[in-house]
Design a protein around this ligand. Structure first.
Ligand code: NDP
Length: 453
């Protein structure tokens, strides 16, 4: 690390104590950008990177609500408005008991560069709550969402900040949040994305993150004149991203043999076909059950319970060519990364945000596999959110094919940007540096133009 980079990192750690995920995300970007900072003293003088690390605004608030037993519950709500240099803040809301300020700052920081890569005019933000929707009734989720929006509404708007879904926030939650926003503002606007089709949503938005990640993997394979057809893939998670990653992989002729949730994972050596995927979608989106039920229903599969004391995740220890981590941050550590390599995996496309630890990433880079970091590979979700905003502004809807074609073009151009930028900065084949540098340059130039704000 250069003197400039290590001084900056020391300051970040000191100023943001007890936020390890934020430190991890920032350190990776600082390392990638060292060469850019050397070539651009004007960015250093204007403290562009230092400013990117400090959120423009952080909102933290109390979310009181009443459960079905009449007991008062209190959660904490957040919105991190990280950077608005190239457009209104944009990024999801996460409802999960593990949510804290450091996790949302890491996600908001990553979002800035990801949104820049999409080619669309969107700044970066992220928010959420430590509320756990699991096991709650629909009425409890509605009361929570209404209380959450009763504070958040004054900070967001279609030209200011446009949240979307993330872990624990799907169509049901977006509906309740939108309803309350509309009631408070008396305005029907595109203030959230991921809306249902009959009230302002976009076709392909639910599919976009998973489909986009698979399109990105196909782009990487095409640099070696290969396709996904006939390849075996390990997928983690069983939520929105995992489901549509699996759907697109099946369509392109790959075989998916794993899925997971926080209780464990299933391994189905015969592959998850359309019928089995339909079962998973009903299980997770309608019945809200556990992935272990897959192994109860299909005899070809085995379920392995999660074991935090094991020090690694056996899901990543099966023979395959491709891996699509689609659950959560730091789900692949160095041992998992080594297991993947030993099992023949040479394509890793991250559907989740920062699912690989820094040591794990180093193994992928040393082995020179086709490794796409989340901020490039999973940008399809926010890209189609951007397309939903465009359709809302026009008061018009594109067809499924029109949106899917645009998504493919965007994923192609993100891949191009990573490849050409990594070449330009002598990092050919390194998609991490390519994505970080390409995403940063657009934001940095906008910040230079707009003065010290
Ligand atoms: P969902 O809530 O739909 O699904 C999340 C899945 O991951 C569930 O299977 C969940 O299991 C599992 N999971 C969550 N937390 C943990 C944990 N701590 N340990 C083990 N498993 C866990 O979320 P999404 O599919 O939307 O999001 C998945 C990832 O993709 C996240 O990293 C998100 O930030 C990222 N992403 C999502 C986008 C989107 O458009 N939705 C866009 C870009 C990135 P369980 O049900 O047991 O909790």
């Amino acid at each position: 690390m250069s003197q400039y980079s290590s001084a900056l990192m020391t300051e970040v750690t000191a100023r943001n104590p007890a936020q390890p995920e934020f430190h991890q995300a920032v350190e990776e970007v600082i390392e990638s950008l060292a060469i850019v900072m050397e070539k651009h003293p004007e960015y250093r003088a204007a403290k562009i990177l230092d400013r990117c690390i400090e959120p423009e605004r952080v909102i933290m608030f109390r979310v009181p609500w009443t459960d079905d037993q009449g007991e008062v519950q209190i959660n904490r709500g957040f919105r991190v408005e990280m950077n608005s240099a190239i457009g209104p803040y944009k990024g999801g809301l996460r409802f999960h008991p593990s949510v804290n300020l450091g996790i949302l700052k890491f996600l908001a920081f990553e979002q800035v560069f990801k949104n820049s890569l999409t080619t669309l005019p969107m700044g970066g933000g992220k928010g959420g709550s430590d509320f756990d929707p699991k096991g709650k009734s629909d009425n409890e989720v509605m009361r929570f969402c209404q209380s959450f929006m009763t504070e958040l509404f004054r900070h967001i708007g279609p030209n200011t900040d446009v949240p979307a879904g993330d872990i624990g926030v799907g169509g049901r939650e977006i509906g309740f949040l939108f309803g309350q926003y509309k009631r408070l503002r008396n305005e029907f606007t595109g203030v959230l994305t991921g809306k249902a089709l009959n009230w302002g949503g976009s076709l392909i938005r639910p599919e976009a993150t998973g489909y986009g990640t698979v399109y990105f993997a196909a782009e990487m394979l095409s640099t070696r004149n290969e396709t996904l057809e006939g390849k075996t893939a390990l997928v983690s998670g069983s939520g929105n991203v995992a489901q549509y990653t699996t759907e697109k992989l099946l369509e392109l002729g790959a075989k998916v043999v794993t899925l997971s949730d926080s209780s464990g994972y299933i391994y189905d050596p015969e592959g998850i076909n359309q019928e089995k995927l339909a079962f998973v979608m009903d299980l997770k989106n309608v019945r809200r059950g556990r992935i272990s039920e897959y192994a109860d229903r299909f005899g070809s599969a085995t379920f392995t319970a999660a074991d935090a004391s094991a020090g690694h995740n056996p899901l990543w220890d099966h023979k395959a060519e491709c891996a699509f981590p689609s659950a959560t941050q730091n789900e692949i550590n160095d041992k998992d990364a080594q297991n993947l390599i030993n099992n023949g995996v040479y394509v890793v496309a991250e559907g989740a945000n920062m699912p690989t630890t820094a040591d794990g990433v180093n193994i992928f880079l040393q082995e020179k596999i086709l490794y796409a970091p989340g901020k490039a590979a999973n940008a399809g979700g926010v890209a189609v959110s951007g397309l939903e905003m465009a359709q809302n502004s026009m008061r018009y809807s594109w067809t499924r094919k029109e949106v899917d074609d645009r998504l493919r073009v965007i994923m192609h151009s993100i891949h191009e940007a990573c490849v050409t930028t990594s070449h330009r900065f002598d990092r050919a084949g390194n998609y991490v540096d390519g994505a970080n540098i390409a995403g940063f340059l657009k934001v940095a130039d906008a910040m230079m133009d707009q003065g010290i704000v």
